[in-house]
Design a protein around this ligand. Structure first.
Ligand code: IPE
Ligand code: IPE
Ligand code: MG
Length: 228
């Protein structure tokens, strides 16, 4: 039975690139390359969806620095290339680009690409694509609390929410690919009342038709927010 759920903010933990590559007998980096193509398909789908306003994608966590140096630098280069190449798509699909996470840790070159992409796309209206980059929820909450303290504000749910990197709407639906059923430090505050969906599909195999069927299933859920 339809429950009149409206999907405005979708978040995805894009996981399984390495396993996908291993299954194909390829290097992990090949999985990340194909994963970037999937980001384009899913973003385009969301931009053309009637109600989705924000798509938040977990791209690099504060813990991902633990990976081998070569993989980390590949991911940084891939991100820079992706943003440069993607500008046409952001403009064509009317997508605004934003980030959450502490990007101060990135190279000057990457920081410049990120800020230029934000600047050029800032008036786009159909969708805001938020990439979570060097993102960790605990790190975000601590940085937000420090901002509140620095501004001499009283610490409340409202002041803390407003000080987060992600002052976007609450998340309606969060999907994680690859079969792992955990949050891995993703949006702990913002996911308080989100619907969660875990699929075994590895991120490079994730397609918009699967997203569509997950959204259909979400429409049938009953969200109670503590009420009856
Ligand atoms: C997700 O895929 C991409 C990033 C975390 C950057 P993984 O690289 O975590 O792939 P698996 O989990 O090893 O298969
Ligand atoms: C979460 O995936 C981070 C991103 C998708 C960017 P991980 O692969 O890093 O998470 P764990 O280590 O399996 O929890
Ligand atoms: Mg993983």
């Amino acid at each position: 039975m339809a429950k009149n759920n409206i999907l405005k903010h979708l978040a995805i933990i894009m996981d399984g690139n390495g396993r996908w590559a291993k299954n194909q007998g390829k290097k992990r980096t090949e999985g990340h390359k194909v994963g970037a193509e999937v980001v384009r398909e899913i973003t385009t789908y969301c931009a053309n969806h009637e109600t989705i306003e924000t798509l938040t994608l977990y791209a690099f966590s504060t813990e991902n620095w633990k990976r081998p140096k070569a993989e980390v630098s590949f991911l940084m280069k891939l991100l820079d290339n992706y943003l440069r190449k993607e500008l046409d798509v952001y403009m064509r699909e009317d997508v605004r680009f934003e980030t959450v996470g502490d990007i101060s840790a990135f190279s000057d070159k990457l920081k410049k690409t990120i800020s230029e992409t934000k600047e050029v796309t800032k008036n786009n209206k159909k969708l805001t694509q938020v990439l979570a980059l060097n993102y960790g929820s605990r790190d975000e909450i601590v940085r937000a609390a420090n901002r509140v303290i620095k501004n001499n504000e009283k610490l409340t749910e409202e002041s803390l929410s407003a000080a987060l990197d992600s002052p976007y709407t609450d998340i309606d639906l969060m999907i994680r690919t690859s079969g792992e059923q955990r949050l891995s430090n993703f949006l702990l505050w913002q996911l308080s009342y989100s619907e969660l969906y875990f699929t075994d599909t590895l991120w490079p195999d994730f397609k918009s038709d699967e997203l569509e069927s997950i959204i259909d299933e979400f429409y049938g859920r009953e969200r109670k927010f503590g009420g009856i």
